[in-house]
Design a protein around this ligand. Structure first.
Ligand code: ADP
Length: 160
């Protein structure tokens, strides 16, 4: 059985993440989508809120399980029996960071390999941070995130 593990902060989940997840789900028998606790990033949404949004958005893909993580990615892969880490690549600016991360993970556990999905052109400038920034100033994020996420953002910024 081929098991993948897609880690991220998902603060919040965007159409860019969704694209990577639905494509990766076709390649693996099972795909864990792992929402990292990550206090360093001072997230807009709590871990529970981020997990709930990912679950809601992913509910129609049967071979996906949403989990929460506050440990090293490769350690969590070992516990869950995942043999591949999935990451998304946007512009070249992602490359350096992902290259370092992949090599650190390989150093810790050479049995877990990392695979990359290239984003679709229309999502190449889409990031959770740009969604947060735009939303904070009342911008329209409906082309960037699913409706349920947009509603949660509106509630955060008290539009309703
Ligand atoms: P991190 O906190 O590690 O930056 P994110 O939640 O922002 O995690 O993203 C998780 C993964 O999804 C990363 O591999 C990131 O490159 C990828 N990703 C984020 N946005 C997009 C997008 N628009 N298209 C493709 N991949 C993306």
């Amino acid at each position: 059985m081929r098991t993948g593990y897609y880690p991220g902060t998902f603060d919040p989940i965007t159409y860019g993440h969704l694209d990577i997840i639905s494509r990766a789900a076709k390649l693996f028998d099972k795909l864990y989508v792992s929402v990292s606790y990550n206090p360093i990033k001072n997230p807009l949404f709590t871990t529970e809120e981020r997990v709930a949004l990912v679950k809601e958005v992913m509910k129609d893909i049967p071979n996906i399980e949403v989990v929460e993580s506050n440990m090293l990615t490769v350690e969590h892969c070992k516990i869950l029996g995942a043999d591949h880490i999935v990451r998304g690549l946007r512009a070249v600016t992602d490359y350096d960071y992902e290259f370092q991360l992949t090599n650190i993970n390989r150093e810790i556990n050479p049995e877990v390999d990392t695979v990359f999905f290239m984003t679709q052109g229309k999502y190449s400038f889409l990031s959770s941070s740009s969604v947060r920034e735009l939303a904070q100033f009342g911008g329209d994020v409906s082309s960037m995130v699913p409706d349920v996420v947009k509603e949660a953002i509106d509630r955060k910024f008290k539009k309703h």
